[in-house]
Design a binder for this molecule. Sequence first.
Ligand SMILES: [Zn+2]
Length: 139
Amino acid sequence: MEARVARYPELHTVPENPSARPELRASRCRECGHLSFPARRFGCPACGAPPDSAEEARLAGDGTLDVFTVVHRGPGPDTPYAVGRVQLEAGIEVDAILAPDSLEDLAPGQSVKTCLVAVGEDEAGATLVECRFRPEASG
Ligand SMILES: [Zn+2]
């Protein structure tokens, strides 16, 4: 099987099974339950608990697309591409790059799920992947 490595391993898992979806690596405050994504390294923004009160919380990447915009020029992925704010079922919002089959498929309020997209290769020849969100209808 082709090796896949996360470009940003602190952000999400890379399942062995290529058809499985990545989970987001968030953190949860043991004092008040506050979720943060990306995982926080400092004190809890909600209750002020110290950094050692945080534990890893893996979140399924199911959510609803709140708003999005299409980027036509700039650094990063090949343009045009879309970025959006996703309301996760876990109860927090994340800003993310979207990966629809077509930019015209995007609509506010639609269900989106995490997926992994290949973005290059590392020095060892493994495929580098990043987590994106795609509309559920796109598969
Ligand atoms: Zn807290």
